[in-house]
Design a protein around this ligand. Structure first.
Ligand code: ZN
Length: 117
C-alpha cells in the first residue's frame, strides 16, 4: 500500500468514526474523534518529514502544511466542543430568563448577567 493509499484509508476510518460521533451526539466522543484525527495527522506529518529529510527536501512542503492546518482545525473543534459543553444556561437575576452563559446582559430585560466583582 502506498503512503497516499494508507493515508486515505486512515482518513476514511476517521471519517467513519466522526460520523459515529455525530450520531451518538456525545461531546466526549466527538472530542475523542478529533484527538484521534490529530494523532493520525501528527503521525503522517512525522512520516512525511522523515521522507523529506531523507531526500534533503524543504520541510515546509504543502503536504505537511495541509495536515498541520487540519490539526489546528481539529484543536479548534475540540476547544469549541469543550466550550459548548460548559455553555450552560444562566438564569437572569432580574427576570428569570434563561440566557447563554457567554452573554453579558439578559436578552429579555437587559440586566447584567455577569458578576459585578
Ligand atoms: Zn432578564
Amino acid at each position: 500500500m502506498s503512503f497516499t493509499e494508507s493515508f486515505n484509508a486512515k482518513m476514511a476510518d476517521a471519517a467513519k468514526l466522526m460520523k459515529k460521533g455525530v450520531d451518538t451526539c456525545k461531546v466526549e466522543s466527538k472530542v475523542a474523534e478529533q484527538q484521534l484525527k490529530i494523532k493520525t495527522l501528527t503521525k503522517e506529518i512525522g512520516n512525511l518529514a522523515v521522507i523529506k529529510l531523507d531526500n534533503d527536501e524543504e520541510l515546509k512542503c504543502p503536504e505537511i502544511i495541509e495536515r498541520y492546518d487540519a490539526i489546528v482545525e481539529a484543536r479548534a473543534k475540540i476547544d469549541e466542543l469543550k466550550a459548548g459543553k460548559k455553555n450552560t444556561k444562566v438564569i437572569c437575576p432580574s427576570c428569570g430568563e434563561k440566557c447563554a452563559n457567554d452573554m453579558s446582559y439578559c436578552g429579555k430585560c437587559g440586566a447584567a448577567l455577569k458578576d459585578e466583582a
